[in-house]
Design a protein around this ligand. Structure first.
Ligand SMILES: O=C(O)CCC(=O)Nc1ccc(C(=O)O)c(C(=O)O)c1
Length: 460
């Protein structure tokens, strides 16, 4: 087992999958050891001697964020990439006024209702570059008592041969796709980081990037982002039809957009077709695939460590929910007994293709993308273009790039996990809603029963 609890030892023990959950305050230390990291752990000196960093995110508490860096790193140059405009942008810049090492890059959001949702870190050390892709805002509440997901790259060494967009790429095209994602911002503040990436050897990256960038993507770009990128990756690297066409698909998320008046509008045709893609899929429709969605019930939120306030980060609104009652029949409760996180509400977003016996998985995706067309994209003009509103990013784990097997052995039982087990954030099989279970909705009152702090939820 683990010698010390130094972050670098937790990191090493979790290789090669390198998938972590955030540490949770208020649960047994048994569940805050292996395969868990705090933000301080990620930024710790044991992980590398930081020279400068770049933080992509949606929400930032600047003084708190600086406090998470070791004292010796708090003056290093820090670029924060956000999507705020107007007053929110001014507020962010005001919060950083006294930190002369902090600069900002405002991601352009030209599509209405889009957000800069991407949560990613570039960490430049004296001996190389590390990339972290995760699901938590850079605010204390997101790292305190929630279930959040993190993928941490190895330290990518510098190329001896100078900058190259192609040299130092991996079999998963991690370098090409990361540069393509960052280039899509067309932001001069990111130029130095594009240069850093091009000067490093990312050939040890063993996951695929699935990103979203706002726009109407057509022709070859249609497969560069969103659910069409996932469809392409599964077409090339997914499970073979004979093995997995009868396996279910799981979606797990912390918010939901407007998906239409029936499942055929987007969820069960366009979106599920991408998630259910198997290697070499022709356009012939496959046998129906079971689609199970994990989304917290009112009771999950009420009895959580945070109580009803956990629901402040699960923004499913009544005006959206009332238009899609058909969706709620797909829902399953949040259960994470194996990870000791039954009461740590999910802000993580994951999608996977488990076996019907629940002990294996053909692939696993951790991402910032919720169940929304804004995040994943919606096909337009007879499927000739993919319209995406938000910036998102996630990583796709494919067994053959990580383990000597065509599938992952998977389990949430962290205490029993072997070195090659994919340690899941939630229990399988998913547990269906009971007849009395209701999906959490954040902008209606919940005052039948008090929460774990004895309070009711009365949003005005
Ligand atoms: O946009 C929609 O489809 C519905 C509203 C919504 O979901 N908003 C939102 C904004 C920020 C975050 C975040 O925390 O970055 C999250 C999240 O991650 O759940 C969700």
């Amino acid at each position: 087992s683990l010698t010390s609890k130094e972050p670098i030892d937790i990191f090493t023990h979790a290789q090669p999958l390198s998938f972590f959950l955030t540490k949770v305050h208020g649960i047994s230390s048994d569940y805050n050891g292996a395969y868990t990291m705090s933000l301080r752990d990620i930024l710790s000196e044991s992980m590398g001697n930081l020279q400068e960093s770049c933080q992509f995110n949606y929400m930032f508490e600047i003084p708190w964020l600086i406090q998470q860096y070791p004292t010796s790193f708090r003056q290093k140059p820090l670029l924060c990439v956000h999507g705020f405009q107007g007053g929110q942008k001014a507020g962010l810049e005001a919060d950083a006024r006294k930190f002369t090492n902090i600069k900002f890059c405002q991601a352009k959001l030209e599509m209405p209702y889009g957000t800069h949702h991407t949560k990613m870190m570039f960490l430049m050390y004296d001996n190389g570059l590390r990339v972290v892709i995760h699901t938590a805002n850079l605010i204390e509440r997101d790292w305190h008592q929630k279930t959040q997901g993190i993928w941490i790259s190895p330290v990518f060494p510098k190329l001896k041969s100078g900058p190259s967009p192609t040299q130092g790429d991996s079999p998963t095209h991690f370098k090409r796709d990361l540069l393509q994602y960052v280039a899509a911002y067309k932001a001069y503040q990111l130029k130095d980081w594009q240069d850093h990436i091009s000067r490093h050897d990312l050939s040890s990256a063993n996951v695929f990037i699935v990103g979203s960038v706002p726009g109407r993507h057509m022709a070859e770009k249609k497969h560069w982002f969103g659910h069409m990128k996932l469809r392409k990756l599964l077409n090339e690297n997914g499970p073979v039809k004979e093995q997995a066409s009868k396996w279910p698909v799981i979606g797990q998320f912390s918010s939901i957009g407007s998906l239409g008046a029936s499942k055929e509008n987007w969820l069960s045709v366009e979106f599920l077709q991408s998630l259910a893609t198997v290697k070499g899929t022709s356009s012939v429709p496959l046998a129906p695939v079971e689609f199970k969605l994990i989304f917290p019930t009112v009771d999950n939120v009420r009895t959580s460590l945070e109580g009803y306030p956990a629901g402040g980060s699960i923004p499913y609104s009544i005006n959206v929910a009332k238009k899609q009652p058909w969706l709620h029949s797909y829902f399953h409760q949040w259960k994470s007994e194996g990870r000791g996180r039954n009461r740590a509400m999910p802000h993580i977003k994951t999608y996977c293709r488990p076996s019907p016996t629940w002990g294996e998985a053909a692939w696993f995706l951790v991402t910032s993308s919720n169940l929304s067309k804004a995040a994943w994209g919606a096909l337009e003009k007879k499927g000739s273009q993919l319209m995406i509103r938000s910036y998102e990013i996630g990583v796709l784990f494919i067994p053959k790039y990580l383990v000597e097997n065509a599938v992952f052995k998977c389990s949430s039982k962290v205490k029993e996990a072997g070195q090659k087990t994919f340690v899941l954030p939630y229990d399988l099989p998913p547990r269906a809603y009971t007849k009395s279970d209701k999906p959490w909705i954040w902008d209606i009152a919940h005052k039948e029963l008090p929460d774990s702090n004895g309070n009711m939820w009365c949003p005005s």
